[in-house]
Design a binder for this molecule. Structure first.
Ligand code: SF4
Length: 241
């Protein structure tokens, strides 16, 4: 699949890497079709889900998110609840007391600022202003903001994490594990906005299940044909036969 001529705008030294990224994005989307189904949440829903998923799994965060939706009529009702009660409702997500206190504080902060509990007004704001607003909330870091921007505000950012950097280094997109910022820039330049949510979700799944920190499953990996680490492993095992 060609990506809208975006690569033509990149400096020539990055074109080859961008082509690799496009190939990776296509292979991941083809290989994990269930993960490629993206859900567009409201801005506030996405932010709340991001608080819940910190240090947890997507499955547990989704169960906690759905429990909150079931318990409260809306986020304004959640705002006036006691954090201890909310912690009971999200039991199982991990760090329940901390997350409940944080969520109530975030909801209260939005209400004090806007006289309503809603974040759709961010749709009209510039990216720096959005970063400034969300970044002022307790526990909301760059990766959470990138996720909200990409999944709910139609912007193009890659939420960086350690697993993505490990993958980028193994595959050969960046030379070392210290090159996270470089990898982030490369991915944001190469993957267009309409493909980014699927890319983020499928790469997360890939890193959790195939390109794991210990014992990556290179033999069954759909990216092995072009991967520097996986290809080397394949060559070494053939030479040993
Ligand atoms: S071939 Fe191995 S190292 Fe390369 S992406 Fe796949 S699992 Fe990761």
């Amino acid at each position: 699949m060609a990506y809208n001529g975006l690569m033509d705008k990149l400096p020539s030294e990055n074109k080859k890497l961008a082509e690799q990224v496009n190939w990776i994005a296509d292979r991941l989307a083809e290989s994990y079709p269930d993960e490629a189904l993206t859900l567009v949440r409201s801005v506030l829903d996405e932010l709340i889900f991001n608080v819940l998923v910190q240090g947890s799994s997507k499955e547990r965060a989704l169960a906690a998110f759905n429990a909150l939706k079931e318990e409260y009529h809306d986020w304004n009702e959640a705002r006036v609840t006691r954090p201890a009660s909310m912690a009971e409702i999200i039991k199982g997500v991990g760090l329940e007391s901390l997350k409940a206190a944080r969520l109530v504080k975030i909801l209260q902060g939005i209400f004090e600022d806007r006289s309503e509990v809603d974040l759709e007004f961010l749709q009209e704001m510039s990216v720096p202003a959005i970063r400034n607003y969300l970044g002022g909330m307790e526990g909301i870091g760059e990766s959470s903001i990138d996720t909200v921007l990409t999944f709910s505000l139609a912007k193009n950012f890659f939420p960086l994490n350690k697993a993505a950097v490990r993958f980028g280094q193994r595959f050969g997109l960046v030379p070392s594990l210290n090159d996270g910022r470089r990898l982030k820039g490369l991915l944001e330049d190469a993957v267009p906005q309409d493909k980014m949510p699927v890319f983020v979700l499928t790469l997360e799944y890939h890193n959790e299940n195939i390109c794991r920190s210990d014992k990556p499953k290179c033999k069954t990996c759909p990216l092995q044909p072009r991967c520097a680490f996986g290809g080397k492993k394949g060559r070494l095992s053939k030479e040993a036969e």
